[in-house]
Each structure stands twice: as C-alpha cells, then as structure tokens.
Design a binder for this molecule. Structure first.
Ligand SMILES: Cc1ncc(C[n+]2csc(CCOP(=O)(O)OP(=O)(O)O)c2C)c(N)n1
Ligand SMILES: CC(=O)[C@@H](O)[C@H](O)COP(=O)(O)O
Ligand SMILES: [Mg+2]
Length: 638
C-alpha cells in the first residue's frame, strides 16, 4: 500500500520546491510531513521517535539553507526520514530499509543531499568541519555547513574532539544541537545535567531574546561591531549561567536554547545565523516522538517500535500458541544478573544500549553494578579495563559494529595488559534492516588477531549461558562472546550454568566425506540442512567449533584426518574470519583437503532481512545445502 502525501508535500520533489512556499505554509508542510512519517513507519517499520522530533528543524533547515550546495550532515541519521522525504525520496519511502530499497540512514550514493554516510553516532561535527575547511580552501566562501547532532550523540568523545578542533578555526560551521534529553534510553552523564541547567535557567532565558535582538542589530555594522557584540554576549551569558558556557569556552558562539518545534522562529534564527561567521552552536529543545502521544510518553519503546496501529497505538506482536525461544540479548541480560547475584566481582557496562543489550535487567536490580556510560564505546572499553585492574570482572556489552570504535582500547588497554574483561558483542553477523553501518561483520577477524584474546560464539542459549559463566571465572583474560540479533532456538533456556573448556568444540554429528564446521548460531541452519540431506541418505559431519580462538586443535586434527572435504560456515567476514583460521590450521599442519568457506564476502552488503542477506551471500539453508551437495558431487534436489 502506497501512502498518499498531503497536498503541499505532494508537490515537494526537492527542497527547491519547499523554498517556493511562503513562510505561512511551513506549518502545513510540517503537519503533512509528520503524518507521512507516521503513516509509513506504522506499516513499513523503522525508526520513529527521532524523526518526529526534528520535523520542524528539517523543514526550517531546508527552507533557509541552499541545500545541497549548503551542506547538511545528520548525526546517526535515524532522524533523517523527513530529510529523505523532502529531498526526492518521498515516493520511494515505502521501500525504506527493505532489500533493494532506500537506506534507513543518509548515504552518499543515494542522494546528493546526503552529504555524509552515517549510522554510527557522533561523526557529524567532524565531517561537517572537514567540508567547511575544504570550502575555505576552495574559496567557496558563500557555502554553509551544518551538523545536526542529538544530545545523546554529543556524549561521545568524537563529538568533543571535533568541537575542540572546530573552535580553533574560523570555518563556517553551524552545529545544531537537538536536545531532547534522550538517547535511545534516557540520556546520561554530566553533559546532560549541564544542558538541562542551560535549558531551565529562567534568568538566562529571559534576557536571551534581548541579547539576540541587540546582536542582530549590531552585526549589520560590520566585523568589529560583531566582535564587540560577541564579547558582551559572552559576558552576559557567563554571569547568567551557573557555569561559564561550555561551548563558548571552546570558542563556539552559543545560541539558544530555543523551541525546536516553532518552525517560524527556527527559520528566523537560522536566517540570522547564516550571517554570523565562524563556528556556532544552536541549542534546540525538542521532544522525541513529537506529535504522536504514545511516542512522546514512552520514548524508548517508540525509538524503533516495529509495526503498529497508528490509530490505537498497538504495537503488533506475533502471537504464538507454543513457548518461543528468547532473544539472545535477553538470555545475556538475565544470565548476567543471575551470575552477578552469586559473584560480587561481576559488573555490567553498556555504552548507551541498556534496552538493546538487555543490560537494563541488571541496571534495574543492581544500579551500582551495571552502568550506562553514554555513547562512548572507547571509554566503555577502557573503563572496563580500569575495573578489571581492581579485580572486578566487567561484562562490557557492545554491539559488534559499534565495537569497531573501541578497537585501540581493546588492543592497548585490555589485551596488552591481559586484563580480564568480557566483551559480549551483540548484533554480531548481519544486523538486518539497519544495513551496512550496523552489520557485525568483522569482529571475528579483528578480535582473533590480538594476542591474549579468546573469541567464542554460542550456537544456542545454553552455550551463551555457559560461555558467560566460563568467561567469568577467575584467571581468565580478555574474552569475546559474539551472538546475533534476534532469537535463539531453546524455549526452555534456563539451563544450569556449566563450565566449557576454553577452545573446545562440539561434535554434533559424525558423517562421511564432508565435514561442516560452524561457529555460532548459524550452525542451526546446518542442523536443518543435515536433516534434509539425511532424506537422501547423505550424512556430512557437523561440528560446532564454538571458539575461533583458540581453535580446538584436537578436533581439527581428527576432522582433517577423517574428511577430505571441509566446509566452514560463519555469519562474519570471510577475510580473516573463522574459515581463514581453519585454513591457517590446515596449512600450518600440512593437511590437504578441499576447503570451501561460506560467510560474508569482501563487499559491502546493504540492508534487508537477516535471512535475505544470508541468501544473498549464499549461506542461508539452501545455499549451505547446495554447497554440501556440490562438494559431495550430488545433484541438488528440485
Ligand atoms: C557509535 C554508536 N553507538 C551507539 C549507537 C546506537 N544509537 C543510535 S541512536 C542512539 C541515540 C542517539 O541519541 P541522540 O543523538 O540524542 O538522538 P535522538 O534519538 O535522541 O534523536 C544510539 C545510542 C550508534 N548508532 N552509534
Ligand atoms: C540508529 C541505531 O543505531 C539504533 O537505533 C539501532 O538501529 C538499534 O538497533 P537494534 O534495533 O538492533 O537495537
Ligand atoms: Mg537525544
């Protein structure tokens, strides 16, 4: 079903069309845009609250600035649906996040209005500054550069690195801080307190508009007058705010806070800011989920709610008559709490993903021992290392793709010092609809090359619990446990906690001719494949290796001695991954066998459902069965 846009929105094929409208019509554009997002996301899914919260900002930015010549960079990009709809993708919006459809995040190859590919947070200020400095170099002095960043994304080190750099330049950079007091979960940290302090300082707010008016008038008298005005403004701000202004201290001109839902005021302010040179920040206060009452009320739930009834607000759930397997993240969350109740050394650390990782289970029960440190993966890793130096056992849970940001910390702060930090990498393998920025493709490769690191992956809930239990034992060092987005396979998952010998694989079935070696949840596909093959009297061996490092060498010797053909299957990159480790073992020990590896090839894989992407890469059940049959030289059944 294609959603019909409202009357004005239907005529906006690009921001140039928007700019033809009178300012009086902007309110209607905002209403129609908001409705179009609600209509589409309710039936096609995707991120929700964040885009609703920036409708007015999106309209005002494209109305005032000459995009795409003026360069607009969205941070994370989960809030950029309105931007996509106004920039030529209205009629394709129903394909959002679907296989071969448009991406859920800005992407350079999708549109000239998407100035920078995003998905991971806190990159916008750096990228926009790079563009601004390039414009200066190219003498494009009329070009504006705008980074729109949320208060959550502002908590990351990268954002501060960029502010620090930008403040020492005279680049034309406008940072729009979209402050809604939320990350996915409620935002955390001292910066949040600081922003609230500015937002609620009554005295400051009272005189703010007057300062603004004076500045507007003075700036007409040239650069010197501006300098004087700027000093006056800073002085007043510093005395009126409890602390001196953080952004002003970093040599940004700070404006705001203003109501980010007043499109007319926004347009006016942005127009004024266009005339002010150098780095400046506009602090906008918005409500995540604005315009959809339930989303305003329960902002975490409506960050990305899944499909829902837009009238009743009911979020659709599939109802089952039999018990279903839990999500891996929930097994993690409950198991961590269960272990922490027994072991006082255990701590939980999450960089801004309490709900997504289910760390919130322990945070609720033990608020002092499970901590959200903000969108700060690098800090989360080194903070965990610090805990470990004191004999604690931190479970640092980071989505596989976000862990890429903390890599030096894993090497330098954890592995070189052989510290006992347990990394639980959720969303390992294909993330699905979030696409290329979120796939957890590389972790086996990037973790297994570091000395001291153990790399493991459970095939089911019981293995996840046992690996967590094993990893928590005294005497362990750095330990990675990777598992995918979604459900496992065991409805009755609360099995007793048991130790697993580190580096020990598991024989699922012995067979003939072909040995299939799997790591992690993807092994369940092979279980199904083996059942299918059995119908034709075919019986490959199947081994759940569990560890990519250390490898189960005893089991591998057995496999290479018994089988001529080896198939490896992993939901991870082929370059340097689990299959590569098996090939290294084969070469190092002088075995000769026909080896085929299935996994994520050396290309960027876009968005789609996890199964669609497995199929695309040839390691869905059919692809695996085909590979086994080819290796056995047996025709594929039709
Ligand atoms: C490096 C990184 N870590 C974590 C995430 C997951 N994530 C996506 S949006 C988000 C919250 C962002 O908060 P904010 O910037 O304030 O935007 P809002 O959703 O409030 O509009 C988080 C934690 C991410 N995309 N990138
Ligand atoms: C934009 C972003 O990075 C998150 O919202 C991410 O989409 C969450 O992914 P999950 O839905 O897998 O928790
Ligand atoms: Mg926010």
């Amino acid at each position: 079903m294609i959603i019909e846009p409202g009357e004005l929105l239907a005529k906006i094929d690009s921001p140039a069309d928007l700019r033809q409208l009178s300012e009086d019509q902007l309110l209607q554009v905002c209403q129609e845009l908001r409705q179009f997002i609600i209509d589409n996301v309710s039936i096609y899914g995707g991120h929700f609250g964040a885009s609703l919260g920036v409708v007015e900002l999106t309209v005002a930015l494209h109305y005032v600035f000459n995009t795409p010549y003026d360069q607009l960079v969205w941070d994370v990009g989960h809030q950029a649906y309105g931007h996509k709809i106004l920039t030529g993708r209205r009629d394709a919006f129903h394909t959002n996040r679907k296989l071969n459809g448009i991406s859920g995040f800005p992407k350079r190859k999708e549109s000239e209005y998407d100035t920078f590919g995003v998905g991971h947070s806190s990159t916008s200020i750096s990228a926009a500054l790079g563009m601004a400095v390039a414009s200066q170099y190219k003498q494009e002095l009329d070009r504006h550069h705008i980074a729109v960043i949320g208060d959550g994304s502002m908590t990351a080190g990268m954002a501060f690195e960029a502010l620090n750099h930008a403040g020492a330049t005279d680049a034309d950079l406008l940072v729009v801080l979209n402050d809604n007091c939320m990350s996915i979960d409620p935002n955390v940290g001292a910066l949040k307190e600081y922003l609230t302090d500015i937002t609620t300082s009554r005295t400051y707010n009272k005189v703010r508009d007057e300062i603004w008016n004076i500045l507007g008038k003075i700036s007409k008298f040239g650069p010197n007058a501006q300098q004087i005005a700027s000093k006056v403004e800073s002085g007043i701000k510093a005395t009126l705010l409890k602390q001196s202004n953080l952004f002003e201290s970093l040599k940004f001109r700070y404006f705001g806070p203003i109501d980010g839902h007043d499109v007319h005021h926004l347009a006016m302010v942005l127009n004024d800011l266009k005339k002010i040179p150098g780095p400046k920040i506009l602090h906008c206060v918005t409500v995540k989920g604005k315009g959809f009452a339930l989303a305003e009320k329960e902002q975490t739930k409506w960050h990305a709610p899944g499909l829902f009834d837009k009238v009743t607000g009911e979020i659709y759930k599939v109802h089952h008559t039999t018990p279903q397997p839990p999500k891996y993240q929930d097994v993690f969350g409950h198991t961590l709490l269960e272990m922490a109740e027994q072991n006082p050394k255990i701590f939980g650390v999450t960089p801004a993903m309490p709900s997504g990782s289910s760390m919130n289970i322990m945070m609720k029960a033990m608020p002092d021992r499970a901590l959200d440190v903000g969108i700060a993966e690098q800090h989360a890793v080194t903070f965990s290392a610090g805990l470990a130096t004191q004999g604690l056992v931190p479970f640092c849970n980071i989505y596989s793709s976000f862990m890429q940001r903390g890599y030096d910390q894993v090497v330098h702060d954890v592995c070189l010092q052989n510290l006992h930090v347990v990394f639980c990498l959720d969303r390992a393998g294909f993330a699905g609809a979030d696409g290329q920025t979120h796939h957890g493709s590389y972790d086996i490769a990037y973790m297994r090359c570091i000395p001291n690191m153990v790399v493991s992956s459970p095939m089911n809930e019981q293995e996840l619990r046992n690996l967590m239990f094993t990893a928590s034992q005294d005497g362990m060092g750095p330990f990675t446990i990777r598992y995918p987005r979604g459900e496992g396979v065991m409805p009755a998952w609360r099995t007793p906690l048991e130790l697993i010998e580190v580096g020990k694989g598991r024989t699922i079935q012995e067979g003939e001719e072909v040995a299939v070696l799997t790591i992690g949840h993807i092994g369940n596909y092979v279980v199904d494949v083996c059942k299918n093959l059995k119908l034709d009297g075919l019986r490959p061996g199947h081994f759940d290796m569990r560890f990519a490092k250390p490898l189960d060498e005893k089991l591998l010797h057995h496999i290479f001695q018994k089988y001529d053909k080896v198939l490896t299957v992993e939901d991870g990159c082929l370059q340097g991954g689990f299959g590569s480790a098996v090939l290294e073992f084969m070469a190092d020990h002088g075995y000769q066998a026909q080896v085929k590896r299935l996994g994520i090839p050396d290309v960027i894989v876009e968005h789609g459902s996890q199964l669609e992407l497995h199929r695309l890469c040839g390691f869905d059940p059919e692809g695996i069965e085909r590979a086994v049959r080819e290796m056995m030289d047996v025709a594929v059944r039709v």
